[in-house]
Design a protein around this ligand. Structure first.
Ligand code: GLU
Length: 298
């Protein structure tokens, strides 16, 4: 019996890609007779809203996805994340980082906008150097002092994945705990042992496993589901047209039809077959899940 979860960021309506991942997460947990929880990852209160959270929950319900217990909001759980960061700090595993994004990019000689591993500028600052940055009015982020460890795991969909752990940010310089830290604290607190999510997050998983080990938290199993792309091969987005349940309803496509599309794309239904979410539970198996990206053409 697995406990699964769906953990969206309530920054806008869910699109077909998010809904498909949510359906896989729900089916995989329910097919073992297990629990399923929904957690709102609204750490960033500027981009998140309760209105989007309510809309996302309504969309899940419209597809027939249900959940156990109250929906948890990360914005209400900062003390838990701070306690985890304090524990790492007490173990000498963090350091303050005063770099701006621009400085990080420049130090790594990376093109504008590129995601780069942190080049380690603040890792070994002296006390004096730290003080001088603070006198300049800079507020530090908190980074993990990683040793560049290599971490491997067996993904239920993608197979074996190995990655290097970098000095990931644990707390942003505006005091907001970072996703990679919050997600592992909550997955452990909520007893999640099966993490199903989009494969854009697979590269973050080695960091998260490493953090679990440092904090003595259980490491869940992972399944990273291939992303949904538009007809142009690019990751599905608003510009691809009707990609949310509301857009699709406006063009005359009901949630039941969308469920049928998603089930077909997961190898669980014939094209055009009407089927309830509940009836899909018995059909679910990881073996049936296509390993390639799904091109949404609707
Ligand atoms: N909140 C993250 C997102 O919406 C997903 C986190 C996760 O599933 O681990 O991209």
């Amino acid at each position: 019996m697995s406990t699964g979860r769906f953990a969206p960021s309530p920054t806008g309506p869910l699109h077909l890609g998010n809904l498909r991942t949510a359906l896989v997460a729900w089916l995989s947990a329910r097919s073992t007779g297990g629990r399923f929880i929904v957690r709102m990852e609204d750490l960033d209160r500027v981009t998140s809203s309760r209105l989007h959270a309510a809309g996302q929950l309504a969309d899940l319900a419209a597809l027939g996805i249900d959940w156990d217990g109250e929906v948890v909001f990360q914005s209400e759980r900062f003390p838990r994340y701070e306690a985890a960061i304090d524990r790492l700090t007490r173990a000498g595993l963090t350091y303050p980082c005063y770099c701006t994004r621009r400085e990080i990019r420049e130090a790594a000689a990376a093109p504008h906008g590129a995601e780069v591993p942190y080049p380690g500028t603040c890792r070994d600052l002296t006390e004096r150097e730290r003080r001088s940055r603070e006198t300049d009015g800079r507020r530090p982020a908190v980074r993990l002092r990683s040793g560049g460890e290599r971490v491997a795991f067996d993904d239920l969909v993608a197979g074996s994945i190995t990655g290097t752990v970098d000095d990931v940010v644990l707390c942003r310089n505006d005091g907001v705990p970072a996703y990679n830290l919050a997600v592992i604290v909550d997955d452990a607190a909520q007893g999640i042992d099966l993490v199903v999510r989009g494969d854009d997050l697979a590269t973050s998983t080695p960091r998260q496993i490493h953090l679990c080990r440092l904090l003595d938290l259980p490491v869940p199993s992972y399944a990273h589901v291939p992303l949904v792309v538009g007809p142009d091969g690019e990751r599905l987005a608003k510009r691809h047209g009707a990609v949310t349940l509301a857009d699709l309803a406006a063009t005359g496509t009901a949630a039941d039809t969308v469920r049928s599309w998603l089930a077909t794309s997961l190898g669980l239904a014939q094209s055009g077959e009407a089927i309830s979410a509940h009836d899909l539970i018995d059909r679910f198996s990881w073996d049936r899940l296509p390993r390639s990206q799904w091109v949404a053409q609707h």
